[in-house]
Design a protein around this ligand. Structure first.
Ligand SMILES: Nc1ncnc2c1ncn2[C@@H]1O[C@H](COP(=O)(O)OP(=O)(O)OP(=O)(O)O)[C@@H](O)[C@H]1O
Length: 303
């Protein structure tokens, strides 16, 4: 029914907020099961998980797969982690969209100095805390949510330090109201994400799908590279990849490394959706259409 992404600096009260939100939802009229997905449920240690990029990626992958497996129209999933990378929140948003559910972000907006103080206090009490190097690195890399991004919207801000975290805190009340409000796909104040062509079902054998996906996305990349090489110095027009397929609309030159990265992410995202029962597209045309749809979105909004 819904996915709530909690985000904030290290030690900014995210778990306190997640717990409080879960309690508030359980007390509301909503009959949905509420579940928190966090690092501790996987026995992941903070300092180990954020010690280096591979461990951090692994942590994000574990949480994302669990979210992917768990989101449904019958429950409310709260992801309690830093969720500090913009691209990662986008991936979570994609999972919500593929499931056709509500989505929102609850941002624990606490000053860094206060988070640092809480972390030190936690350490002094002998509780698990971030070590200083990791804490500072995470603070530096935090990408604050911005409500203008689809994946950060709607955004609810919780000022845990000034206002405390209570079931009656404005942000908690607002999230509960947003999640429990009766709505259908035409409601304006509540957005129920709709699966796009990129997330629709088409049954096919998995191996075949992956093969098609690989080949089709490579063909799209080749078409872009060729079009760009022909227009060197001149303006880039929209690139056609065949009859009945959408054009690729890129207004700037995009290098091969970036195109390869986008292709890898796209294949990964599609593969993950297939794990939860929605297979990747079955034929070359749908694979191309999906990939162009994805590229137009990515290159249009994340410049
Ligand atoms: N509103 C608050 N007032 C006072 N102390 C707080 C508040 N919120 C959190 N703390 C303190 O900060 C510490 C961390 O809280 P919490 O575990 O909720 O943060 P977190 O952001 O989930 O941390 P982590 O980044 O490690 O997951 C706790 O020890 C708690 O005592």
């Amino acid at each position: 029914m819904a996915l709530v992404v909690i985000c904030g600096q290290p030690c900014s009260g995210k778990s306190t907020a997640a717990k409080c939100l879960a309690e508030a939802l359980n007390e509301s009229e909503c009959k949905q099961t509420v579940r928190i997905i966090d690092e501790t449920s996987f026995h992941l240690d903070r300092n180990q998980s954020y010690a280096n990029m591979p461990s951090e990626k692994n942590l994000r992958g574990v949480l994302r797969s669990e979210v992917d497996r768990s989101v449904s129209r019958d429950n409310i999933i709260i992801v309690d982690s830093l969720n500090s990378i913009k691209g990662y929140r986008y991936e979570l948003w994609c999972l919500a969209r593929a499931a056709g559910i509500r989505y929102c972000v609850l941002y624990c907006d606490v000053r860094e100095s206060q988070c640092r103080k809480w972390n030190e206090e936690r350490r002094e009490k002998g509780e698990a805390a971030y070590n200083d190097v990791i804490f500072e690195d995470l603070v530096r890399r935090f990408e604050k949510p911005d409500r203008r991004n689809r994946w950060d919207s709607p955004l609810f801000e919780l000022w845990a330090h000034n206002d405390g975290v209570e079931r009656s805190s404005i942000a908690i009340v607002d999230v509960v109201s947003y999640l429990t409000k009766k709505a259908d796909s035409k409601s304006r104040d509540v957005k129920i994400l709709q699966p796009t062509i990129a997330t629709q079902n088409t049954r096919f054998s998995e191996a075949n799908s992956l093969y098609e996906m690989d080949r089709a996305t490579q063909e799209v990349i080749n078409a872009i590279v060729e079009a760009q090489s022909q227009s060197i110095g001149g303006p880039l027009a929209s690139i056609s990849i065949g009859q009945g397929l959408p054009n690729i609309d890129i207004s700037r030159s995009v290098g091969l490394p970036e195109l390869r990265r986008l292709r890898r992410t796209f294949i990964k995202l599609t593969g993950q959706t297939s794990l939860s029962g929605r297979p990747p597209p079955s034929d070359s045309s749908s694979a191309k259409r999906m990939f162009v749809d994805y590229l137009n979105r990515e290159l249009g909004t994340i410049a």
